[in-house]
Structure formats: C-alpha cells, structure tokens
Design a protein around this ligand. Sequence first.
Ligand SMILES: NC(=O)c1ccc[n+]([C@@H]2O[C@H](COP(=O)([O-])OP(=O)(O)OC[C@H]3O[C@@H](n4cnc5c(N)ncnc54)[C@H](O)[C@@H]3O)[C@@H](O)[C@H]2O)c1
Length: 261
Amino acid sequence: MKRLNGKIAIVTGGADGIGHAISEAMAGEGAHIFVSDIDDAKGHAFVDALNRSGGKVNYVHCDVSVESDIADLIAKAVEQTGRLDILVNNAAVAIGGMPVHEMTDEQWHRLIAINLTSVFRGCKYALPHMIRQHSGAIINMASAQGHIGLEGWTAYAGAKGAVMAMTRQMAVEFGPHNVRVNSISPGTINTPMNEKIIAEHGDKIARAWVKMHPIGRIGTPQEVAEAAVYLASDAAGFTTGMDLRVDGGLTATPRYVPDLI
Ligand SMILES: NC(=O)c1ccc[n+]([C@@H]2O[C@H](COP(=O)([O-])OP(=O)(O)OC[C@H]3O[C@@H](n4cnc5c(N)ncnc54)[C@H](O)[C@@H]3O)[C@@H](O)[C@H]2O)c1
C-alpha cells in the first residue's frame, strides 16, 4: 500500500533540490502533486518526466515572494481536486556569507519575503481548506542553522528559527482541527543551493561541511524527502509541532575545530 495514496499535495520550490526530491518521493507514494517554482522550464520538464513514469503531477508557476502567486497556486489545486491534504513550504534562498553589518536592507527584505513571509502566506491560504476538511499536514522547511550558529548567516538563521517557532504555534492553534504542522531541519544537503555556495567560496567549504557532520558526509535530497513523506503520512498522525532534524548529527555535536584535531 502506498503511503500517500490519493492525497493532494503542494510543494513550493519543487523544480530542483530538496523540493524536487520531495515531489518525486510523494508522487511515488501515490499523491497527486502540484509542483511549483519560478524556474518554469525546469518545472515543466520535471513534471512531464514524472507524468510519463506514471505520476499524477501538475506544474504551477509560483514565486513565493508574491502573495497572489501563492493564493492562485492553492486555489488551482483545490479547484481541480476539491481538497488539499499536504502543503510543503520548501522554497527558500541562501543569501548570506557576509557579516550582519555588510548585509543591505534590500538583501534582508528579499530573504525574509522568500524564506519567511512565504511560509505565513502558504499556511494562510491552505488552512481554510484543511480546517473545512478537518485534516491536513503542513511541512515547513527549516534548517540546522535555526539551531546552531555559523558566521555570516544571521538573517537566514533568523528566518529559519522563526519558521520553527511559527510551526509550533500553528500546531497548537490548529491541532483541534486535526491539522498537523511540523518542520524539517536539514543539515548540509547536496543541492544546487550549496553548489552555488561552493562556486562562490571554493572547495574548502565543501571539505569543511563533510567534517562538520558526525556521519562523515553531507546528506542527499532523498534523505530529506523520506522525512517529508513520513510527516505527511498517516503514520505520523500523532506527530505535530515538532522539528525533525535530518542533519547527520550536525546539531548534536560541538563545532568541529580543524586546528585542534
Ligand atoms: N541544501 C541544504 O543544505 C539545506 C540545508 C538546510 C535547509 N535547506 C532548506 O531546504 C529548502 C530547499 O533548499 P535547496 O537546497 O533544495 O534549494 P535549491 O536552491 O537547490 O532549490 C530551491 C528551489 O526553489 C526555487 N526558488 C527559488 N526562489 C524561489 C521563489 N521566490 N519562489 C519559488 N521558488 C523559488 C528554485 O528555483 C529551486 O528550484 C530551503 O528551504 C532551504 O533553506 C537546505
């Protein structure tokens, strides 16, 4: 029996990286997925391939920093299928690698719009449907950086910490409506987001990432997708308000200090 048979799911930022893996895994478990992204060429190509291999998948353009795009995405899924069972607020950007005093207000506002306000808006438009159904699962993508500090990433960490706090609040508020709200905190995962960081800062950072994770490697998008499938499934029916760390032990260890070892 597939774990998400017949469920209707929306994934933001689903054309690449972790969102791509979540969409693929959820489709494989029988869910009808509405994949959304700003990269329409990649999104369409991905959805066509999934549909050819037997999935039930739609692509919808959605820039999560634009309120009307989020409203339209959720309206489309509900108009077409009559319901919404799973919302994965996944899209985010990595703006950072600089000290706070070198970050511009423009960079701050862009990061907050894409990484945080998007989560508020996704929930705002999805919750009325989930409340009406008396069921639903929301998964917000947080980060290990919402748990630990790393130089240069204050704004990103602030947004992810807020995502976790909002997740807890909404779990309390909407538990009585049988709507579960959880977050996932990945450690370093092999995605285009990190390929960009390596391109900017060099291979040294990739070697440091490996050493920072007690498991001795960085993670794969599929490992995060497995956690999302679990949290979305009925197997997690009594699990809400939690943050699931998929981080190879990164947040369990004190900071790795290469010079001392
Ligand atoms: N990769 C990691 O190591 C890591 C670690 C912790 C948390 N995360 C979180 O996991 C999530 C996915 O990260 P990833 O590494 O797969 O990122 P990624 O950059 O590899 O992929 C992100 C996807 O989101 C899309 N996107 C970017 N801006 C968008 C916007 N405004 N609206 C809609 N879509 C947009 C991109 O086109 C892309 O398809 C993010 O929330 C990220 O913060 C990632």
